[in-house]
Design a binder for this molecule. Structure first.
Ligand SMILES: Nc1ncnc2c1ncn2[C@@H]1O[C@H](COP(=O)(O)OP(=O)(O)OP(=O)(O)O)[C@@H](O)[C@H]1O
Length: 251
């Protein structure tokens, strides 16, 4: 049995005391690429912000590696926000060095070596001294992932990594996500609504529904797309060609 790394029980999240999602129960197991899916405005990013400890739940509990998520102390997980959130005044290398400088006592030359290795890992070898403004959107996402990996987390949260990317760049990013999961064993929690990414990289998902204010389906997205009899689930996966092609591949 895989270890549970994220566990939500009776979790209610929302803003200003107003629930957006109520009484959620789900868990993420070690080794999963776990997706939070749902239509626009269902609360996917809101839920992610709660899982990483940026917001406090209105009710219920979240445990990440057996503890409530906390922003205090050395982060045990990496996060890629939608914007990539690189510091524009620093080179890519400096951006990746930053968490190492803040949270470890590794000396500067080794910090720079580790950061350069992380950039190579995400396919940005040779771009260490570029500034964020000098690189493409896809490269910014990769640099953000390199920084999120700086402290060797076992768990990575990705908020819409493909947002704003063209299909080819987005597909290359999917390959990177899969490789981090399969080759490095990183557990990944991802918010996405890209069907291609969903079928390409995700092993388990929850599907959120706005009116229901909760989870309407849990499982392997290819299975859900193929077998769900729930019209709302079918509606979500309604891109029949993509679903059929990928569900077929998965058999
Ligand atoms: N910081 C905030 N303060 C108050 N309300 C917020 C905040 N962030 C999001 N919301 C509201 O919460 C609701 C859900 O937003 P959220 O961004 O979590 O949805 P989402 O499913 O990620 O949507 P999308 O796919 O469009 O990014 C929206 O009505 C949004 O206006």
């Amino acid at each position: 049995m895989s270890r549970v790394v994220v566990e939500a029980r009776g979790l209610t999240v929302g803003w200003s005391g107003e629930p957006l999602l109520e009484k959620l129960d789900f868990e993420v197991a070690s080794g999963d690429v776990f997706a939070i899916l749902g239509g626009s405005g269902t609360g996917k990013s809101t839920l992610l912000r709660h899982l990483i400890g940026l917001e406090a739940p209105l009710g219920g509990t979240i445990e990440v590696n057996g503890e409530p998520p906390s922003l205090v102390g050395r982060p045990r997980h990496g996060v890629l926000f939608q914007s990539g959130a690189l510091f524009g005044s620093m080179s890519l290398l400096e951006n990746v060095v930053l968490p190492l400088r803040h949270w470890t006592d590794v000396r500067e030359p080794e910090r720079r070596e580790i950061a350069a290795a992380k950039l190579r890992l995400v396919g940005l070898g040779g771009f260490e001294h570029y500034m964020p403004a000098e690189i493409s959107g896809g490269m910014k996402k990769r640099a953000g992932i390199a920084r999120a990996l700086a402290l060797d987390p076992e768990l990575l949260f990705l908020d819409e990594p493909s947002a704003g990317l063209d299909p080819v760049t987005s597909s290359h990013l999917d390959d990177l996500i899969l490789s981090l999961n399969q080759n490095l064993g990183v557990t990944i929690v991802i918010v996405t609504h890209e069907l291609h990414s969903i079928f390409q990289v995700v092993s388990r998902c929850i599907l959120l529904h706005r009116e229901r204010r909760g989870i309407i389906a849990t499982g392997d997205p290819r299975e859900l797309a193929r077998t769900s009899t729930d019209v709302r689930v079918r509606e979500f996966f309604r891109s029949a060609d993509a679903a059929g092609r990928h569900a077929g591949n998965a058999q």
